[in-house]
Write a protein that binds this ligand. Structure first.
Ligand code: DX5
Ligand code: ZN
Length: 219
């Protein structure tokens, strides 16, 4: 799994020590920091907002991969961009105008991602393929860490890999939910190049982070 990137989800970090956790996981070999933003409306959980992203920004030089599970997302894009997000990913169902939302993210100078829930069809991203930098496949229903990988998503990952390759564009294919050292190689073989991992990155505490990331990379 030579070029796979690991994006630890800080949802599984110790929230009382978030800055230290981001430092520790960055030093342990993480490639991106995945930030799960939930609004208690689009998904049944509440997490963090732009103020926390801003507070964490000085703790890592890695790209901040901000996954917006909020509806609507548009009113908050600028705040997350200013807080230090590098990638802003939205769900098509979170607003009526996905194309406009993607253009807004690009206008803020950030990379734009689109995320598909387990029941969301591949067709939802097809019309914006020429504009986006990342597709995020949810392999659990969004809202919580620590759920089991939904294997039916492997077919979707394979289809999206073909679509991306046919487009000739550079678009990351990121997979989020239930990814661990045991299934990482299968997910990468299906076509993913970025793996989000919450539980599998942060389990065992800071002394285990380097081994956790290495295991996810297949070492
Ligand atoms: C779920 C989040 C995921 C989650 C992943 O809504 O988008 O990023 O935290 O956690 P694990 O790796 O524990 O499934
Ligand atoms: Zn996520």
């Amino acid at each position: 799994m030579a070029n796979v990137r690991i994006a630890p989800s800080i949802l599984s970090a110790d929230f009382a020590r978030l800055g230290e956790e981001v430092r520790a996981i960055s030093a342990a070999g993480a490639d991106w920091i995945h930030v799960d933003v939930m609004d208690g409306h689009f998904v049944p959980n509440l997490t963090i907002g732009p103020m926390v992203v801003k507070a964490l920004r000085p703790h890592s030089s890695l790209p901040f991969d901000v996954h917006l599970m909020i509806s609507p997302a548009d009113p908050y894009l600028e705040a997350f961009a200013e807080a230090g997000a590098d990638i802003l990913t939205v769900h098509p169902e979170a607003g009526p105008h996905l194309h406009r939302t993607v253009q807004r993210i690009k206008a803020l100078g950030k990379q734009a991602g689109v995320s598909l829930n387990p029941a969301s069809p591949v067709e939802l991203v097809e019309t914006v393929l020429g504009d986006i930098d990342l597709i995020l496949v949810m392999s659990v229903n969004p809202g919580f860490g620590g759920q089991s990988f939904i294997t039916s998503q492997l077919k979707k990952i394979e289809r999206l890999r073909r679509l991306i390759d046919d487009s000739g564009r550079t678009i990351h294919l990121e997979v989020d939910g239930g990814v661990d050292a045991a299934n990482a190689a299968t997910v990468v073989a299906a076509g993913a190049d970025v793996l989000v991992a919450g539980t599998a990155s942060f389990k065992g505490g800071p002394s285990q982070y380097a081994a956790n990331i290495a295991a996810l990379k297949g070492h």
